[in-house]
Design a protein around this ligand. Structure first.
Ligand code: AMP
Length: 197
C-alpha cells in the first residue's frame, strides 16, 4: 500500500498544485489560505502582473491594456513570467498556482517547466461555482475600473480558453472538484481535505 495512504496521509499533503476556477470562485482567497497551511507559496500570476503594472516595468507597460480589457496576456509572455517564478528558491518545495495555466498551451508549458525541474504536478483542484452565482459575485467585488462589459469578457474568456483545462487535467487523472457555492471556510476545509488525502 502506498505510503501516502493511512496514518501518514495527514502529513503527506500535495505540494505542487494548480487551483482552477472561474473569476469569482474565491480562488485567490483560497490560494492564500491554503498556502499558509501547506507551507508552500501561493503564486498568483494576476498579482504578479498587477505589481508589474503598478511598478511601471516594461512587462507592466505591455500587459496593462490587455488586463484592463479582461483579455489574456499572450502565452509566451506568461511562460517567461512563470518559468522565472518557479525557479525561485521558495518554490522548490512546492507551490500553489492561482491563475496559471489559463489556456491549453499554458498547461503544456507548465508540464514542460516542471519536467525540466524533474518534478510533476500533483493535483489540480477545480472550485466549481454555478454561472449565475459568478455574475452576482463579480458585480459585488467589481474593481473601480471594471465595467460590467469587462466582467462579462472575463467570464467569456474563462469559458472559452480556461474551461477546456478541466477535461485536460481530468484525462490525466489529476482533477479534483470542490463545490465552491458555500462559505469561504467550508470551501477551505474541503480543499484541505482533498489536498491531504
Ligand atoms: P487574475 O487576478 O488571475 O484574475 O488575473 C488578472 C488578469 O491578469 C487577467 O484578467 C489577465 O489579463 C491576466 N492574467 C493573469 N494570469 C494570466 C495567465 N495565466 N494568462 C494570461 N493572462 C493572465
Amino acid at each position: 500500500m502506498a505510503a501516502s495512504r493511512g496514518g501518514a496521509a495527514s502529513v503527506q499533503a500535495m505540494k505542487r498544485i494548480v487551483l482552477l476556477g472561474p473569476p469569482g470562485s474565491g480562488k485567490g482567497t483560497q490560494a492564500a489560505r491554503l498556502a499558509a497551511d501547506l507551507g508552500v507559496p501561493a503564486i498568483s500570476t494576476g498579482e504578479m502582473l498587477r505589481s508589474a503594472v503598478a511598478a511601471g516595468t516594461p512587462l507592466g507597460r505591455t500587459v496593462a491594456g490587455i488586463m484592463n480589457a479582461g483579455r489574456l496576456v499572450d502565452d509566451a509572455t506568461m511562460a517567461d513570467v512563470v518559468t522565472a517564478r518557479l525557479a525561485e528558491n521558495d518554490a522548490q518545495g512546492g507551490f500553489l498556482l492561482d491563475g496559471y495555466p489559463r489556456t491549453l498551451p499554458q498547461a503544456e508549458t507548465l508540464g514542460e517547466i516542471l519536467a525540466e525541474q524533474g518534478v510533476e504536478l500533483e493535483g489540480v483542484v477545480l472550485i466549481d461555482v454555478p454561472p449565475e452565482v459568478l455574475v452576482e459575485r463579480a458585480l459585488l467585488r467589481q474593481r473601480a475600473d471594471d465595467t460590467a462589459e469587462v466582467i462579462r469578457e472575463r467570464l467569456a474568456v474563462y469559458a472559452r480558453e480556461t474551461a477546456p483545462l478541466i477535461g485536460y487535467y481530468r484525462d490525466r487523472g489529476l482533477l479534483e472538484e470542490i463545490d465552491g457555492h458555500r462559505t469561504m471556510d467550508e470551501v477551505t476545509a474541503a480543499l484541505l481535505a482533498v489536498l491531504r488525502s
